[in-house]
Design a protein around this ligand. Structure first.
Ligand code: CP
Length: 316
């Protein structure tokens, strides 16, 4: 595996989920695979889970791990081409990325949407420079449009908890005080479409996700109707795609609460975290026995380990 950005990069999903089960059962079984190999985790944006779970996954495989916070360490990096570099960014990604690639065997990078330029974000301007210039395999730890390590962990968590062969999974928009990227919902949609689930997305009008992700996906604008009979409720906020990066609503009637969960099939509650309590979800729901957000976050270590393991195997 040379890159991990989309669901297609993982290949056969059933095989990947079986491998995740093996890795979870015995995470140290491949602790020699990464001996004398180095992974760098590069962050343009903050993280708790991705930083820790990816580092832990690499350590389980015996790798050396370097973490670089671009905002604190190294030089400020220019990402645009053709600019006169007379500002506060003394180094261009064009040099920085191949240099990093000489020191490391795998590069993992987190770079969120800027919300300044929809075209640049959806063309993955930063991530694609890593892919083009790194010379080594690249893992997305959340890019402008996708968060594949999260979605892989989410699908694996659903597999672990499902009580029927084809559970009903609902992705619901929920309110938030800040404009958040579409990466998590985009990837969740992408992975659910390939998974063995009945899938419905619910959100207020104006929050339609990019058509390239939503083709063939059911949308129900009535949130409570969408929740009926659901086995999994996956809550997430995202800013508008059409009115790019804008907050169109902070309507608290979309907060996931006990009343809405009552119409589900005793659904499990999921969220990628971090979560704003009593904005996205009430304390009562997230603290209930049906909330699986902690197990979901724990599975981030598993999804990262499967991906890094496959990359190490392809380096041999
Ligand atoms: N879910 C997730 O990616 O968490 P972090 O932003 O803390 O890494």
């Amino acid at each position: 595996m040379k890159r991990f950005l989309t669901v297609t990069d993982i290949g056969d999903l059933k095989k990947a989920l079986a491998e995740a089960t093996e890795v979870k059962k015995n995470p140290y079984a491949w602790d020699q695979l990464g001996k004398n190999k180095t992974i760098i985790l590069i962050f343009f944006n903050s993280s708790l889970r991705t930083r820790l779970s990816t580092q832990k996954a690499a350590m389980n495989l015996g790798m050396n791990v370097i973490v670089l916070d671009v905002n604190k360490d190294g030089w400020k990096l220019e990402t645009e081409f053709g600019v006169v570099m007379d500002g506060d960014k003394p180094e261009h990604l064009r040099e920085a990325v191949p240099v990093i690639g000489r020191y490391c065997d795998i590069i993992a990078v987190r770079s969120f949407a800027s919300f300044e330029d929809k075209k640049a974000d959806y063309e993955e301007q930063i991530l694609n420079q890593f892919i083009e210039f790194a010379g080594v395999p690249v893992i997305s730890m959340e890019s402008a449009t996708r968060h594949p390590l999260q979605a892989f962990a989410d699908l694996f968590t659903i597999e672990e908890y499902k009580k029927t062969d084809k559970p009903k999974v609902v992705l619901t928009w929920a309110p938030h005080p800040r404009a958040l990227p579409q990466a998590v919902p985009n990837s969740f949609v992408e992975w659910m479409k390939e998974g063995d689930v009945e899938f419905v997305v619910t959100h207020p009008k104006g929050y339609e996700l990019a058509p390239e992700f939503m083709e063939g996906v059911s949308v129900e604008y009535d949130q409570k109707k969408a929740f009926e009979g659901a086995d999994f409720i996956y809550a997430k906020n995202w800013a508008s795609f059409t009115d790019y990066g804008k907050i169109l609503s902070q309507d608290k009637s979309w907060t996931v609460d006990e009343e809405k969960m009552a119409v589900t099939n005793q659904a499990k509650f999921m969220h990628c975290l971090p979560v704003r309590r009593n904005m996205i979800v009430t304390d009562g729901v997230i603290d209930s026995p049906d909330s699986i957000v902690i197990d979901e976050a724990a599975n981030r270590e598993v999804s990262a380990q499967v991906v890094i393991k496959r990359m190490l195997e392809s380096l041999k």
